[in-house]
Design a protein around this ligand. Sequence first.
Ligand code: NAD
Length: 366
Amino acid sequence: MDFKVGVIAGDGIGPEVTAEAWKVLEKVGSTFGHNFIRTDILMGGCSIDKYGEPLTQEAIDAAKAQDAVLMGSIGGNTSTSPWYKLPPEKRPEAGLLGIRKALNLFANLRPAYLYPQLAQACPLREEVAKKGFDMLIMRELTGGLYFGARHTEEVDGLMTATDTLVYNENEIRRIAIRAFDVAMKRRKKVTSVDKANVLDSSRLWRKITEEVAKDYPEVTLEHMLVDNAAMQLVADPTQFDVILTENMFGDILSDEASMITGSIGMLSSASLNESSFGLYEPSGGSAPDIAGKGIANPIATILSAAMMLRYSFNLDKEADAVEKAVEKALVDGIRTGDIMPREGDLSGITKVGTSGMGDAIADRIG
Ligand code: NAD
């Protein structure tokens, strides 16, 4: 089959890591008989350099014309890059917010998986880490506290700030449906995280989530208060499959979950809208400190491409093949610098650069 893929290589390590993800996609194409048609799209600092703005209307239109978009990362050194002397709405990150809004990407998916081979990088206690974990956080991305009305005013002589947390039932339903759909492709468990003992928005969240659950009798739904979820993530992360939560809780919990995997270079993510379209990108940034050195870990971007295969193209077998190839490369001792063992026996470990890791993974497909 033919699939149209927009590639936003971006800045810093972005072009290096997307090149490896593309290499892997081409290997998937030749192995499984698909054709990935690439359109390059400028966004971020590179777009500022060329057009004076981080995201042009042409870039938005080009992205909308694709089946999915694969992104590296955007931005530069925030202290030294001239991009950060521009007003906030002209800086690279404004491009990212702009494209998420233009494409209505309301569902953010962040898997957190602990590879047994990398367990020593996990900051959790050894007996917790050795059990491993494999979860996915489904965070609502366009509603809640970050998008509600806010103001600061003087009330009775005191400066007083107000933020509002608003969700309507449609916003909750569409993200809950996404979570249950994803759970059907995984271990069929959804943990919905809220603060229903205090917040009205959480009580509505719980009610709508329960309604949606009725359409998915194979999926187990449980509710968990957010303070407990923060504790359970470090105490017993194996219990989680899909965590469904609103914007701010998801912001905090997804960073906590990524921290316990121990390596930013391994973490993929996806942002989806109501169709099968998605924007797929590594969770990390453009890493200006290592850009151009050929040492960045491309695995997060390669795993983001695997998510694209699974969630936008419905190619589960192909996504499995990529994820297994990553695992095989790790089992075979292939490591970029950021995931090298810090101590102990290095026999059986081969240190590679960005393209060496891409080659190792592509070679293990099929
Ligand atoms: P960062 O994630 O770029 O880097 C943090 C640390 O992790 C650095 O030491 C970096 O070398 C390392 N790192 C990140 N990805 C790596 C990889 N694939 N392999 C090996 N090491 C890796 O975060 P930062 O330094 O806070 O931000 C740098 C720039 O990236 C800023 O301009 C920021 O705004 C931007 N940013 C962009 C995105 C995005 O494009 N979605 C996300 C976060 C930050």
